[in-house]
Design a binder for this molecule. Structure first.
Ligand code: GLU
Length: 438
């Protein structure tokens, strides 16, 4: 079998949509699975809408997702140029071929392609046999001289020797035009694989770029892990036989194949994505998690955190890693580690302060903490337990008020870890301040 050559052919519109990312991913996976070549081709014939900035959105998103291309802009390759805006001579040459074969005519300045009118049958790798007959000749070159999508798309697939066209199902209805053109050029048809649509989270209809959560850059900005998004995306329309979900990319590459792609539409599920991201976050090595957190704090301009001592920042992040669902929760979750005038949850305060004599408990605990060993969670736990036991009370009676005094809330990492990371000085200073104000 000749080497598989697939392509991802986005039009730079300024958005890199989840649907585009999935199409790119399926092409990339198929290339990696088969040892083939993944080509990036930019369909930028619509000059007014395309800018360099829009191109960068595509390059950046693909790079962030880890979908490296073997041929294309920046990568080079033997079938370039890879931007349609730079391929005018090739299109002229191919237009001349059709003209020489008597398959074109001009009307009102536009060049029309004379269809054969025969039924166009494809054996789609996902949809099976699809038949459609073109009924009307169609424009391949506009009166302004610009060739149209169907024509350049097919010329490029022929000249770039694309073996498999894996693309969104919205293009299925174009395929009969494309196969008409392939045949007119005497070129063999590629294998087609039309991927089912992604439905919006709520309600009927296809997910559009205006839907919430539709843009890849949004996830990047929100500190998602690209491998979590990739894992989620591959399950939008594909599933391995045993319905595994979380899989390392090497396993996905090994198991991915076109027959495993479903015919039914996939529904976007942001909760599932958030959950996938959380499971990936949990298992990140410390260095990577801390780096990810730092990027996010920097992006959000949380200077109190980014200016903090790096070892302290790291300790705070590692304490939080098992507790959060996403990196974007970190600034609020860790606020009191970095500032002294942290918010105090009034409802929590009212509840905690209504029970017994919390001030007295806090005073006892503070006394015990002056000599406690702050380097060990176990030692701190023993200190709190011993103080409670002396007064015939439980750990919880002490931890709730201590937590309130030190963090202003009742949620957060375990109190002993929190004390250890904050350190004796901060903890005692906060308790004193709290007692003074209470
Ligand atoms: N530029 C087309 C698009 O953005 C690509 C179509 C194809 O993959 O053949 O949908």
């Amino acid at each position: 079998m000749p080497q598989v050559r697939v392509r991802f052919a986005p039009s730079p519109t300024g958005f890199f949509h989840i649907g585009s990312a999935r199409t790119a991913l399926f092409n990339w996976l198929y290339a990696r699975h088969t040892g083939g070549v993944f080509v990036l081709r930019i369909e930028d014939t619509d000059k007014e809408r395309n800018t360099e900035e829009f191109l960068n959105v595509i390059y950046d998103s693909l790079t962030w997702l880890g979908l490296n291309w073997d041929e294309g802009p920046k990568a080079g390759g033997g079938f370039g140029p890879y931007r349609q805006s730079e391929r005018a001579p090739i299109y002229r040459e191919y237009l001349a071929k059709l003209q020489a074969a008597g398959r074109t005519y001009e009307k009102d300045g536009a060049v029309y392609f004379k269809i054969s009118g025969e039924p166009q049958v494809i054996d789609d790798a996902i949809r099976g046999r699809v038949e459609r007959t073109e009924e009307k000749d169609f424009v391949i070159c506009r009166s302004d001289g610009n060739p149209v999508f169907h024509f350049v798309n097919v010329v490029d697939d022929i000249t770039m020797q694309i073996t498999h066209v894996i693309r969104g199902e919205d293009h299925l209805s174009n395929t009969s035009k494309h196969t008409e053109l392939f045949k007119a050029f005497g070129a063999p048809l590629p294998v087609y694989a039309h991927i089912p649509l992604i439905l919006k989270q709520n309600g009927p209809g296809k997910m559009s770029k205006r839907d919430q959560g539709a843009l890849v850059e949004e996830y990047q900005r929100r500190g998602f892990l690209p491998e979590a998004l990739v894992n989620f995306l591959c399950l939008l329309g594909w599933s391995p036989k045993d319905d595994s979900e979380k899989m390392p990319i090497a396993e996905i590459i090994r198991r991915f194949d076109l027959p495993g792609i479903n015919q039914t539409n996939a529904r976007f599920d942001e909760k599932k994505l958030a959950h996938m991201n959380m499971t990936y976050l949990l298992e990140q090595p410390a260095d990577r998690f801390v780096a990810l957190a730092r990027d996010y704090f920097q992006g959000q301009n949380v200077t109190a955190a980014t200016a903090a001592d790096p070892a302290y920042f790291r300790a705070v992040m590692l304490l939080s890693q098992p507790k959060i669902k996403g990196v974007e929760e970190l600034p609020a979750y860790t606020v009191y580690f970095f500032i002294e005038d942290f918010p105090v949850d009034a409802r929590v305060r009212d509840k905690v302060m209504a029970k017994g004599d919390p001030q007295a408990r806090l005073r006892e605990l503070a006394a015990a903490l002056t000599t406690a060993d702050f380097s060990s969670d176990t030692a701190l736990e023993e200190t709190i337990k011993a103080t409670a036991a002396k007064n015939g009370l439980g750990f919880g009676d002490y931890q709730a008020v201590a937590r309130l005094a030190v963090s202003g809330t009742n949620v957060g990492p375990g109190i002993t870890g929190m004390f250890r990371v904050l350190g004796r000085e901060r903890v005692l200073r906060r308790i004193e301040r709290f007692l003074g104000a209470a």
